[in-house]
Design a protein around this ligand. Structure first.
Ligand code: AVJ
Length: 312
């Protein structure tokens, strides 16, 4: 077991305002439920970014102005199906590159590698399993020009300060002229965002409650899932979607592996996720603040989402 998991869960559930990190959503079961979310009609982010990477692949590659071969280093690659369109364009146009997908989920990376080898057998792929931060240090030694991919609006999971720290860390481990293509969801009609994160079929609820099942498995806990519910709220002013698990009654949960009893009052919340939305001015500020300049914002046709190309 990852000691950090035990400690983070214990700290989060004993905090005055309970919280659990959404990075722990992605065990194998959680990664599979996230696949269902990505295919929900209401979860527009997937289609918007897929459209950009399909229809604007040429524009993105032209904007890189890289010598070949170059590295494409993807953080949190997931199943890689969006990135596939970019790789396919490069392959079809005989542009040489090495694809280095990085993810914390071994199952996700194995599936991605297997599928990519089937569909693009000639692609040079060097998969890595681990935490972005640890991988970044290793990659700094490589002199090949690199495009870093941080897609899917994963940056939204970080508060503004955490995002600043992460982007500065990327920057510190990039070479001059390296580039970062970062997917960022944009502020829009609050109803559209509400429907994407509080879906009526309860898939996002299942995604959140799966974390309690993971804690039951890995910490031998006795969460009764039916005694908890899911709630989500979008704040149109600051662009923050916040997700919560709600305790439906006064109850206690025993974490047997840590020999710790956790008390919940009725209606007590566990904050599980932040999904932050930006507008283009915010993105400009965030890039400048973290040592980049924005080369281009590639927008989908509805302008719901941008893949923003940043130059170090
Ligand atoms: C994978 C973190 C970008 O915040 O939109 C989807 C995860 N949470 N539905 C997001 C998520 C609820 C997703 N990210």
């Amino acid at each position: 077991m990852d000691y950090t998991f035990d400690k983070d869960i214990l700290d989060g559930l004993t905090a005055p305002k309970k919280h659990l990190s959404s990075k722990y959503f992605y065990d194998d079961a959680g990664s599979r439920i996230f696949q269902e979310i990505m295919h929900m009609q209401s979860y527009y982010l997937t289609d918007s970014e897929f459209e950009i990477l399909s229809l604007q692949a040429k524009q993105i590659v032209d904007a890189l102005e890289f010598n070949v071969p170059f590295n494409i280093i993807e953080f949190g690659a997931g199943d890689g199906f969006k990135t596939f369109k970019l790789l396919e364009y490069l392959e079809e146009n005989n542009i040489a590159f090495h694809y280095i997908p990085i993810d914390i989920s071994k199952e996700a990376i194995d599936m991605l590698t297997e599928k990519l080898k089937e569909r693009l057998p000639n692609v040079s792929i060097k998969p890595k399993i681990g935490d972005y931060f640890k991988m970044l240090k290793e990659l700094k030694q490589d002199t090949t020009p690199s495009l870093l991919l941080f897609l899917g609006s994963n940056i939204g999971n970080y508060s503004y300060d955490e995002a600043t720290e992460l982007l500065q860390l990327f920057n510190n481990n990039m070479k001059p002229k390296d580039k970062l293509l970062i997917g960022i969801d944009l502020k829009k009609n609050p109803i559209t965002i509400h429907n994407a994160y509080f879906d009526k079929d309860g898939i996002t609820k299942r995604f959140n409650l799966n974390l309690l099942l993971r804690i039951n498995r890995e910490l031998e806990a006795d969460f009764k899932i039916d005694d908890f519910d899911f709630y989500c709220h979008y704040n149109p002013t600051n662009g923050e979607v916040k997700s919560y698990i709600v305790s439906l009654k006064k109850q206690q949960v025993y974490l047997k592996k840590l020999d710790k009893m956790i008390s919940f009052s009725q209606n007590e919340l566990i904050w599980t996720e932040l999904s932050k939305k930006y507008n283009l001015i915010d993105i400009e500020d965030l890039a400048t603040k973290t040592g980049y300049s924005v080369a281009t914002n590639f927008l989908d046709c509805k302008h719901y989402f941008t893949d923003s190309l940043w130059v170090k």
